[in-house]
Design a protein around this ligand. Structure first.
Ligand code: ZN
Length: 463
């Protein structure tokens, strides 16, 4: 009998790892890192719960680190099967994993230099070499075509919006009596009315459904992101300060660039310098531009008309660390877009360190801020923030543009699910903080009568 074990993303939004066992094969769906609170992050150091060398394959939904970042550890622990990814995910993974490894190595080096770690010497979770070994296991498989892993065990990728290459995964498993069951993993569900990428594929039904619930209890305000950006930029000009936009290198950055370009085309963008200071975001932007098969109609049309919707005027791309450091002495008004999106690492930390205590600064968050991250603390209105071991007073204006999220909100999740032609026998609600998962489970039950379950960590269910 096939079984499913929840090895992460239970009661939290990170660490997606689901172990599907069928026909004597062990398949891991997503190999994500835990992020956010310290006790969550510490789980990344624990050995993989199910013997990495016994896994036959890993099937990734998308390139986000909380879905793919555990892969280097898994390979180090002996995984030697194939890692499947959609073609765009296959292009995003090399910069993603290498960048994550660089950050890990840098943090360990820094901790050793200032002696801020309890562990001596502090070690990176994985190195650039570990990331390379993980990348060597990746094989891409296109959307909407079955991939046979073993007779009676296959999966199909379905486009899911969210970020470039993101997929839901539909498994089809042969069971006793020649019947089949299907297990549908939502991955992260994207949004409908957003630019650049094609919208999520509606969920048509399955025997079992494993769905994310990041925004299960929340709604994006209906604001127009371009308008919010335009207003904040105007205010930045009045204050004469710098607008810091911590943006996830993948997708948020491209959307911010898209909306800035749109404002410029409408003559509604103040002519101030825009700096993109994230090597990873620069690379991701190039990949976004190249993956034309994934573009929505408007994006295709603009590119055909030789309009680059990801290059607003006055955009300057920052390369070296020296160039990045030069921005510290710059006076406003200006815009700095930099990663990471939750201010957990990356160059944005240096910019925050220099500017978060200045009254003229505005910090504009562009997406979900997980519990325990600096982004969440700043949004929660904390008066002081710790960066590189130093407590800094927060005098900057802290804002968010919630309508710029890459995740479907509570209503959009229901819209996505409402296309189901058959009711799933059971729904497993994961990838959300407990209240969010609970809220989505209750809504799915009330609306469609579906039986929903919130699995706990390491719980196994028979399918
Ligand atoms: Zn994601």
């Amino acid at each position: 009998m096939p079984s499913l074990t929840f090895l992460g993303a239970t009661g939290t939004v990170t660490g997606s790892r689901y172990l599907l066992e069928a026909h004597g094969r062990k398949i891991l769906i997503d190999a994500g890192l835990f992020q956010g609170r310290k006790e969550l992050r510490e789980r990344n150091w624990a050995p993989f719960q199910a013997d990495a060398s016994s896994l036959d394959a890993v099937v990734l939904t998308h390139a986000h680190i909380d879905h793919s970042g555990f892969l280097p550890r898994l390979v180090k622990e002996g995984f030697n099967g194939i890692t499947y990814a959609t073609p765009p995910t296959g292009r995003l993974l090399p910069p993603m994993l290498t960048d994550a490894a660089h950050l890990q190595e840098e943090e360990a080096r820094y901790a050793n230099k200032v002696g801020s770690s309890k562990h001596t010497p502090a070690l990176p979770l994985f190195t650039v070499q570990d990331a390379q070994h993980a990348l060597n296991t990746v094989r891409t498989h296109p959307f909407d075509q079955p991939c046979v892993l073993h007779p009676g065990l296959e999966f199909t990728y379905r486009r899911q919006g969210h970020i470039l290459g993101a997929a839901a995964i539909e498994f089809r498993i042969k069971v006793a009596g020649g019947e089949h069951i299907t297990v549908y993993f939502s991955g992260d569900v994207g949004r409908y009315a957003v630019p650049i990428l094609m919208p999520p594929t509606p969920y048509r039904g399955s025997t079992y459904l494993v769905t994310e619930s990041t925004y299960g209890n929340r709604f994006h305000d209906g604001s127009d992101p371009a308008e919010v950006l335009g207003d904040v930029i105007m205010e930045t000009c009045q204050r004469g300060g710098v607008l810091l936009i911590p943006a996830f290198a993948i997708d948020r950055t491209q959307e911010v660039l898209y909306y800035l370009s749109e404002l410029a085309r409408e003559d509604a963008l103040a002519p101030i310098p825009i700096f993109l200071d994230s090597p990873m975001a620069r690379e991701a932007t190039a990949i976004y531009r190249q993956c034309v098969r994934e573009h929505d109609v408007e994006m295709r049309e603009m590119l055909r008309e030789k309009i680059d919707p990801l290059a607003p005027p006055n955009l300057q791309i920052i390369g070296s660390v020296q160039e990045s450091q030069k921005l510290n002495s710059m006076r406003g008004p200006a815009i700095i877009i930099s990663a990471s999106g939750m201010a957990t690492g990356g160059r944005i930390l240096h910019h925050l360190r220099h500017r978060v205590s200045k009254e003229s600064t505005i910090v504009l968050f562009t997406g979900y801020q997980a519990e325990g991250t600096r982004g969440r603390r700043l949004l929660d209105g904390e008066q002081e923030i710790k960066i590189f071991g130093e407590m800094l007073p927060v005098r900057a204006q802290i804002r968010t543009v919630s309508s710029l999220s890459a995740h479907a909100d509570a209503d959009e999740l229901i819209i996505w699910a409402s296309a189901a032609e058959t009711a799933p026998k059971r729904v497993f609600v994961t990838h959300g903080e407990p209240e969010a998962s609970q809220a989505l489970a209750e809504r799915l039950h009330r609306r469609f009568g579906w039986e929903c379950h919130l699995p706990v960590l390491e719980e196994t269910v028979q399918l």
